[in-house]
Design a protein around this ligand. Structure first.
Ligand SMILES: Nc1ncnc2c1ncn2[C@@H]1O[C@H](COP(=O)(O)OP(=O)(O)OP(=O)(O)O)[C@@H](O)[C@H]1O
Length: 808
């Protein structure tokens, strides 16, 4: 078996005696790794040829015995083989790829900013990437000198770009790393030796496939690739896409009776859709002293159920998490749930994969997962690494047969249980009351309904999810809604909407008594709220409530809620969007031409941009904005508001066009149309087009060569400067080696990188100030004096700050 291919790398300059000692160690390690026999059963980390820093790191983290997947995968991965690794959830796959990453890069001495990026670890979610980074940090902190970092977005591109240029190991999400690969000129992946995909099947599937294919294009084909997942497959197409070299398929649990951990008890309950909320509430209130993770299919449901249950005070702390929250909020929540003893987290599938929450007692799947793989990953959040756990799946009667067949096929042992009649609490009336008093909650309920219905509609597996078989009216009523909001994609509803849209609109006062009042509202989910029928002209309080739209004056708690979401950068904007939709669909718009109520001439030129014109109810007016192509018609409150925002008004303005001046100072468009005769004199149109394209292409190619040469030159200058600094630092350190100690003297690259950073930009050419050497994974000497063994990173915020501090 081929040993890990070491490549000639520019090593950082270090004192001679230290370098010799390392070279001897590395040669010995290399020989021991080559001598490994993967068929042998290794049981402990100490039985493997690992470097001293990794051994120390594993020991400090109390990892000594190998799990099955680690025992099988490590010898092969250390020898540089490509691997497809499959093992149950919570079985220790993370170390099965992180240890080889550290070791293989260590033996190849891919250390320091000159060495470039040696390993790229891709995870499908930010949370998982952070977790992997944290484990890497834990086992790498005892003496490894790699520069490692997280590239998951949430920071400015520039910040990440600067750090990336110095990294040896990056843990990243597909979208963000692709952005850097395509936009960051200094991001050099030529020396990449290892590519790791955690939750590989997810990254390889439809959602990420384009990003992944594009990423692969940038990476050198001569590399080691490790793929891990609890639901790994060996699809031939994937192997070809990733150019795997004679990959080893390691599936430690293939022969096992079940695909899920033995310590996990799994049950399902048949809960018709309209009873789901009751069952969930009954479950939570009767299981208070526990850590519960509840899966729902959309962020809107998560928000709604969280809000409703929060008000009903179930006696257990509630948390909620979905993909549209701001990154800091998401990290804070995962961290809180991680630390919590008794807590209930409502979440979407954003936490379904890979996350290692300690001691989760229950995983409750309120909404049926889209497939058996998702089921396996969701339940895998409990019963991790030999601990016990329980999982319960709620199934609508229509889902039962199909889903059970799929689970059986994937070797998931699951048994039916029934909800005790006595324990089942009905909360429908209470929820209805809450919605009645709080239009914003009602609005959230409508959104929850529509997003759930939509999620059913888009399910691929129609045998399990047949939209026609669900009792949607009953479900709406269980959410406290007086009827099912209309859904655009449901055929009958779509026709009704079309009819209403096309119907001539009547002014309010002219509405006939038997007509339907168009209280519909369309949102971005394509939902048209139920059209309330007003029979015999009698309008009840109930009718009025449901005609009410989302008022500006928010209920106190919802004001806060919206603010939260606003901070999350999500839903306040969408709320606006809703209102736009409402108006667009059903409100009668009367446009009064210029010269109407407030003639455009009444607004002076200077004032135009800043005037906010209060449009009297039911009328509209027109304002001419300086530089805008079209007059602005103010026919709604939203348009009125627009006038107050200079930024928004900019959008309406004509962008202007670029002109060039001829010798006589006359302006011309950059590409001006020739007159007819001149054009014809130039020959056939196609020939002219071809000549034009060829000339321009030639020009662009020439410029491109120049740009590239310039970029290379800059890079070379930068490298030379850095080397000069390193030499200077080395000389300093050699002088003071007696006090500094050999190991400390090695690590000067990161300090240099930081110093370079401090100079502001790569191109400003100024010599940055020299700083004392600092190492990534290593203890900070100063901190250690006060903190003892090393600073404990408590929260994700601290972790991020730590990473930023070390790399930034
Ligand atoms: N050799 C080991 N000894 C003791 N504990 C271990 C060992 N390896 C991993 N663990 C622990 O087992 C737990 C699960 O590990 P890990 O998160 O790597 O599982 P996984 O297989 O990646 O799970 P998933 O499929 O859900 O992503 C972690 O808490 C980890 O600390």
């Amino acid at each position: 078996m081929a040993p890990f291919p070491t490549r000639a790398k520019a090593k950082p300059q270090r004192p001679n005696n230290k370098r010799k000692r390392d070279d001897v160690d590395i040669a010995a390690l290399q020989a021991s790794v080559a001598a490994l026999t993967p068929s042998e059963s290794y049981t402990t980390f100490s039985s493997l040829p690992l470097s001293e820093p990794t051994r120390e790191g594993l020991k400090a983290a109390h990892f000594s015995t190998l799990t099955d997947i680690q025992a099988k995968a490590l010898p092969l991965a250390l020898q540089g083989r490509d691997i497809l690794g499959a093992a149950k959830t919570g079985s220790g796959k993370t170390l099965a790829f992180l240890v080889p990453v550290l070791e293989n890069l260590y033996r190849a001495q891919c250390i320091g900013s000159d060495a470039g990026l040696g390993a790229m670890i891709i995870s499908p979610t930010r949370e998982l990437a952070i977790q992997i980074f944290e484990v890497l940090r834990t086992i790498g902190r005892k003496g490894h000198l790699f520069a490692a970092g997280l590239v998951i977005g949430g920071k400015s591109l520039k910040e990440e770009r600067d750090a990336l240029a110095r990294m040896n190991i990056v843990v990243c999400t597909p979208g963000r790393i692709l952005q850097h690969l395509s936009q960051t000129a200094a991001f050099n992946v030529e020396n990449l030796q290892m590519l790791v995909l955690d939750e590989a099947d997810r990254i390889l599937d439809m959602g990420f496939s384009r990003d992944l294919d594009a990423i692969i294009e940038y990476l050198p084909p001569d590399r080691q690739t490790l793929l891990f997942s609890a639901t790994q497959t060996k699809k031939v197409g994937d192997l070809a896409r990733l150019s795997l070299r004679d990959p080893e398929y390691i599936s430690v649990h293939e022969a096992a009776a079940s695909a899920t951990p033995k310590t996990l008890i799994q049950n399902y309950v048949i809960t018709p859709l309209p009873e789901k909320l009751d069952t969930l509430w009954s479950f939570i209130t009767s299981t208070k002293k526990a850590k519960i993770l509840v899966f729902l299919s959309s962020g809107k449901q998560v928000r709604f159920i969280f809000e409703v249950f929060r008000h009903m005070q179930p006696g257990i702390p509630l948390l909620h998490l979905h993909g549209r929250q701001k990154q800091t909020a998401r990290l804070d929540i995962t961290d809180r749930f991680r630390r919590a003893k008794d807590s209930c987290l409502f979440a979407t599938d954003v936490v379904a994969r890979g996350l290692d929450f300690p001691a989760v007692d229950w995983v409750v799947q309120v909404d049926c997962p889209e497939d058996a793989e998702t089921y396996i990953h969701r339940v895998g959040r409990t019963a991790r690494y030999e601990r016990e756990g329980r999982a319960v799946l709620f199934l609508d009667p229509s889902e039962e047969e199909g889903m059970l067949r799929r689970l059986e096929h994937k070797k998931v042992p699951i048994e039916r249980i029934n909800v005790r009649g006595k324990k089942q609490v009905k909360i429908g009336k209470q929820v209805q009351g809450m919605l009645f008093g709080d239009p914003q909650l009602k609005y959230l309920g409508q959104k929850a309904f529509s997003s759930y219905t939509r999620s059913l509609h888009v399910q691929r597996d129609k045998e399990v999810f047949d939209l026609q078989k669900y009792d949607l009216e009953g479900y709406a009523s269980s959410l406290g809604l007086p009827g099912a909001p209309r859904i655009k994609f449901l055929k009958a509803d779509a026709e009704e909407v079309k009819r209403l849209k096309n119907a001539p609109r009547k002014r309010k006062g002219e509405e006939s008594e038997e007509s339907e009042v168009s209280a519909g509202e369309e949102d971005e989910d394509g939902v048209v709220a139920k059209l309330e029928k007003v029979k015999n002209g009698v309008r009840t309080k109930y009718d009025r409530m449901f005609e009410r739209k989302n008022q500006d004056v928010l209920a106190e708690h919802y004001g806060k809620m919206v603010k939260d979401e606003d901070a999350d950068g999500v839903d306040a904007g969408r709320l606006d969007g809703e209102q736009i939709g409402d108006e667009d669909l059903f409100d009668v718009k009367r446009r009064i031409p210029a010269g109407g109520d407030t003639p455009a001439s009444e607004v002076s030129d200077e004032d135009e941009e800043d005037v906010a014109v209060a449009a009297p109810n039911g009328t509209s007016r027109t304002v001419h904005l300086a530089g805008a192509k079209d007059p602005l018609i103010i026919d709604s409150k939203r348009r009125e508001k627009l006038l107050k925002s200079k930024k928004k008004l900019l959008k309406l303005k004509d962008k202007g066009s670029r002109v060039v001046f001829d010798d006589e100072g006359l302006p011309h468009q950059v590409y001006e149309l020739e007159d007819d005769d001149a054009f014809r004199a130039g020959g056939a149109a196609e020939d002219q087009r071809r000549t034009f394209v060829e000339t321009e292409a030639g020009r662009v190619a020439e410029e491109d060569v120049k740009d590239k040469a310039l970029a290379r030159e800059k890079k070379r200058e930068k490298r030379e400067k850095r080397k000069a600094r390193e030499r200077a630092a080395e000389e300093d350190e050699e002088g003071g080696e007696a006090e500094a100690g050999g190991e400390d003297a090695m690590a000067n690259f990161l300090a240099d990188a930081r110093a370079a950073d401090g100079s502001g930009s790569e191109d400003d050419g100024e010599e940055p100030p020299q700083k004392k050497a600092k190492k990534w994974f290593e203890k900070d000497v100063k901190r250690d004096e006060s903190d003892g063994e090393g600073r404990e990173i408590g929260t994700f915020d601290e972790l991020e700050a730590e990473a930023a501090r070390l790399l930034g």
